[in-house]
Design a protein around this ligand. Structure first.
Ligand code: XMP
Length: 524
């Protein structure tokens, strides 16, 4: 059996010098990189072990030292090579990053007994970071230690009531520190502070746009693939759709998309994929209607993991069979995102290992192919913007995450054609009403669940014995944690009566009011 080989991606061209965010273990490191990119400056995360030589080789526009949970004096505290401060690269330390700078450069950090968590008023005296901003600012803090003396030669430029040194700057050496978190939304001026650092201090041009990403990726894809043929598995989700469109833009009909329709998608979704790709974009597309095969494999199965395994295996089987028909194809498109690359610890071109149960929908590991990964440098919100720029319909671009095994893990019990139809209908009514109420984009995910149990009801003069439908609607930042969405009662009432009136097999609607943890978003 061969292996899936990931080609190292070429470095971004010199005119796109990155801002490197040095990860010191804080929960917001990725968010900092995203915020910098939102300012249209390309940014990447690097480990704190990064050497001065590696940094010099990347020729960064600036460095940002992230926050972190440790105390700078702790034995296990992450540190950076102090020679990084000598490179002449503008550097911004945030929270722990600021404290580390102070400690490394002749200042001091102490546990003063005063900690600040949450909203904190800061008074700004001066400084390039705060140029054009009000003197009084609300910021978001999260620290126990405080800087009690700034680095030698640095000036204190902001303070809060309990933390006199909330920001410092050393303009000559281009070293800056802020105790608060400019990257979180609870710091209203945070983006402006970052922009001041990026545009004024680091002189970074705002050139990282969706159009620029497309242009660059198209070039890279052409350089990697040449005149060879490429295969892409479409799942209906935004990642594979955008990856496929980028490759199609670069290579035209050298690309063939295979859409394995396992029959576990939402209502009208399969038709929409076919219409969008074949009809609108004229992408060569093989639509495999494999519902029967998948349902046969799921017969009698009610264990969630067993469902996942069987669906995953069957997916690969169908995909392989289709690709074999096309003859030898050397390249496989995969919608790996930057967050997958970071999570697998490989920002250096090593193949991303995605959580195993998240692989359904395009990972035939046993095929000898080279990967084309045009989203490897992008965060999810950037993928969406690129999708919009490429003309992908709004509905596809902003679609909620949908699990690879699809509705199979939203039917609690055995998956049958009849239950799928009921669930599809209920889900469609739910989403229809959520969209109509203008709430779709505010929710991370919203869907219907069909527990295959039945309960008694009464409709007209008849006793009914039918299925319940559970409404699951959650808000979340990243699916790691989630809260149940407080949907308006009137809306819930409309959804409930429509589902019960329009679907004869349902006589009850319940609302899931559990957060994650301890529950999960999906029911299986
Ligand atoms: P949970 O249910 O673990 O889900 O809170 C977190 C996120 O992952 C999605 N999910 C899956 N995605 N295959 C996927 O591709 C799966 O088997 C799977 N299970 C959960 C879920 O929809 C949510 O966004």
């Amino acid at each position: 059996m061969g292996e899936v080989v990931a080609l190292p991606q070429p470095e971004p061209p010199a005119e796109e010098r990155p801002v490197l965010v040095v990860d010191l273990g804080g929960q917001y490191s990725q968010l900092i990189a995203r915020r910098v990119r939102e300012c249209r400056v390309y940014s990447e995360l690097v480990g704190h072990g990064v050497t001065p030589e590696e940094v010099r080789a990347r020729n960064p526009l600036a460095l940002v030292l992230s926050g972190g949970p440790a105390s700078v004096y702790a034995e296990v505290a992450p540190r950076i090579d102090p020679k990084l401060y000598e490179l002449g690269v503008p550097t911004l330390g945030i929270c722990y990053g600021m404290q580390l700078m102070a400690r490394d450069l002749g200042g001091s950090v102490e546990r003063t007994g005063v900690s600040e968590f949450g909203k904190t008023q800061v008074r700004v005296h001066e400084g390039a970071l705060f140029s054009g901003l009000p003197e009084e600012q609300t910021t978001w803090m999260s620290h126990r230690d405080s800087v009690t003396a700034p680095p030698a030669g640095a000036r204190v430029v902001a303070g809060s009531e309990s933390t006199p040194i909330a920001a410092f700057e050393h303009a000559e050496r281009k070293l800056y520190g802020v105790q608060f978190h400019p990257e979180v939304v609870h710091t209203p001026c945070g983006t402006e502070v970052l922009k001041n650092f990026l545009y004024s201090v680091a002189d970074a041009p705002a050139t990282w746009t969706a159009a620029a990403v497309i242009e660059e990726q198209v070039e890279r894809i052409r350089a990697q693939v040449g005149s060879q043929r490429v295969l892409c598995a479409l799942s209906g989700g935004v990642d594979s759709a955008v990856a496929a469109l980028l490759v199609h833009k670069a290579l035209g009909d050298q690309l063939t998309c295979v859409f394995v329709d396992h029959g576990l998608l939402r209502k009208d979704e399969a038709a929409q994929v076919v219409e969008t790709f074949r009809g609108h974009f004229h992408v060569p597309l093989i639509h495999v209607d494999a519902e029967e095969r998948f349902l046969a494999r799921l017969e009698g199965v009610d264990d969630p993991e067993e469902k996942r395994t069987r669906i995953g295996e069957e997916f690969i089987r169908v995909f392989e069979a289709e690709s074999r028909k096309l003859g030898a194809v050397k390249y496989l498109v995969q919608g790996t995102l930057y967050s997958d690359v970071i999570e697998s610890g490989g920002t250096d071109g090593v193949a991303a290992k995605i959580k195993s149960h998240h692989n359904v929908g395009g990972l035939p590991e046993e095929m000898e192919m080279e990967l084309v990964e045009p989203l490897r440098l992008l965060f999810k919100d950037e993928v969406r913007r690129v999708g919009e720029e490429l003309g992908l319909p709004e509905r596809m671009v902003w679609r909620h995450p949908f699990p690879g095994p699809g509705l199979a893990i939203r039917i609690i019990g055995e998956v049958t054609h009849e239950r799928l139809e009921i669930l599809r209908e209920a889900d469609s009514i739910l989403l229809d009403e959520i969209r109509r109420a203008g709430l779709y984009r505010e929710l991370w995910q919203c869907f219907a669940v069909l527990p295959a149990i039945r309960s008694v009801g009464v409709q007209g003069d008849e006793r009914t014995y039918a299925y319940p439908i559970v409404i699951r609607a959650v808000t979340s930042e990243d699916a790691m944690t989630a809260d149940w969405a407080r949907l308006p009662y009137d809306l819930l009432e409309t959804i409930s009566s429509r589902i019960i009136n329009e679907i004869p097999a349902v006589n009850r609607v319940a609302l899931d009011i559990s957060s994650k943890p301890p529950s999960t978003i999906e029911w299986e």
